[in-house]
Structures are given as C-alpha cells and as structure tokens.
Write a protein that binds this ligand. Structure first.
Ligand SMILES: N[C@@H](CCC(=O)N[C@@H](CS)C(=O)NCC(=O)O)C(=O)O
Length: 201
C-alpha cells in the first residue's frame, strides 16, 4: 500500500488528497498524519526536505512535491486525465497549476511570517507576497474561461489555493471584485473530493 504523509491543514497535501479521491485511488493509500514541524523523524528520513505531502510507493520509492505526486497518481489508471498528454493542453494545465501553487506559496509564506517574533517579521516581504496574490487573482478573474473545463490539475490546484485563502487569509476577502472566480469556486467546492478534504473549522 502507498503511504501519504500529510496534514489536514496543508493546501499542498489537499491537492494530493483531492487527486486521490478524483482518481478513485483513495483506498490504495495509507494516510499518515505528520506535522513537519514536530518530531518528523520518519518524514525526514524519507524526504530530506522534511516537507509534506510526501508519498511512499509500494516498492519504497519516495515521491515529493505535489505536482510530481499528482502527475504520478494520474498515470495509475484511466479515471480521467488530470495532466493531459497532448502538448498544448499539458502546458496550459501545468501553467495554471504553477500560478495556483504560487498563490499557495505566497499565502503560506505570509502565514509563516506571521508566526515569527514581531521583531523578526518583515512587513516588506508580507506586502510583496500579498501583491503577488492580488495580481494573480486579477489575472485568474480575466482568464477563468480558459480553464480546461473538465477536471484537471489546473482546477484542483486553483481550488486548493482559493480554499487556503478562505482558511488562513480570509481577511483578504479574495472574492471582492472576483465574481467569476467566486462563482467557479462555489460550484467546484460542491464536489465530494472538496467537501471531504475541507480543512478543520
Ligand atoms: N512545493 C511543495 C511545498 C510543500 C510544503 O511547503 N509543505 C509545507 C506544509 S503546507 C511543509 O511541509 N513545510 C515544512 C517546512 O517548510 O519545513 C509541494 O508542492 O508539495
């Protein structure tokens, strides 16, 4: 059985969990709750970066970075094609994924910066990260119609990013001026894979 090291608050882990559910692979994975900041000895021994999500395959191979894990999972069966095989479609999906993951990176950095002592905190960095989130959201609002439409890693990554904004940075009120994106997210959030992986209240 594959093993997934994760937490239920991690947006990158959520991407993988949504992927497993959408591919119907949920039953083939043992989920191992693992806070990378606490006593993560086993995780560190598997992934020197000490990050979640980390997936261990049946044969012991260790896979990490959520796009790499999801791309691998997509090859395991033919239930949907989350990373398209044709070049143009794959480029579009991967670029959407990079944009969504970039929003998660900036958001996660803001959260981590907020946990530092005030004397060590960089307001300058926080403003820069906020700026990249706001500008990315503006672009998404304009380009939402170019989403592949069916479910791919583009939609899964975007949903994980917007869900994380709701969870940790709700004060940004990302829906303001973003009615197309908000409508898209409202619909996508109804999928059982989204409901089941909702972060704790
Ligand atoms: N690019 C990685 C990012 C993974 C990541 O940063 N995960 C966070 C949790 S949400 C983590 O493990 N942080 C621990 C650390 O930075 O030491 C991915 O897409 O999987």
């Amino acid at each position: 059985m594959m093993k997934l090291f994760y937490t239920n608050t991690s947006p990158y882990s959520r991407k993988v969990r949504i992927t497993l559910l959408e591919k119907g692979l949920d039953g083939e994975v043992e989920y191992i709750l693992c806070n990378p900041f606490e006593d993560a000895v086993e995780l560190k021994s598997l992934n020197p970066l000490g990050k979640i999500p980390t997936l261990v395959l049946d044969d012991g191979r260790v896979v990490y970075d959520s796009p790499v894990i999801c791309e691998y999972l997509d090859t395991l069966n033919a239930n949907g094609e989350l990373v398209p095989s044709s070049n143009d479609a794959r480029l579009l999906v991967n670029t959407w994924q990079a944009l969504a993951d970039g929003i998660i990176d900036a958001s996660y950095n803001i959260v981590m910066e907020g946990r530092r002592d005030e004397s060590e905190r960089s307001q300058n960095c926080i403003e820069r990260w906020k700026g990249s989130i706001v500008d990315s959201l503006k672009q998404i609002e304009q380009q939402i119609a170019t989403l592949p439409g069916e479910i791919t890693m583009a939609e899964i990554s975007l949903a994980a990013a917007l869900g994380y904004l709701d969870f940790r940075l709700s004060y940004l009120e990302w829906r303001n001026g973003q009615s197309n994106t908000a409508a898209w997210y409202g619909e996508f959030s109804k999928r059982p894979s989204m409901v089941e992986t909702q972060p704790p209240a």
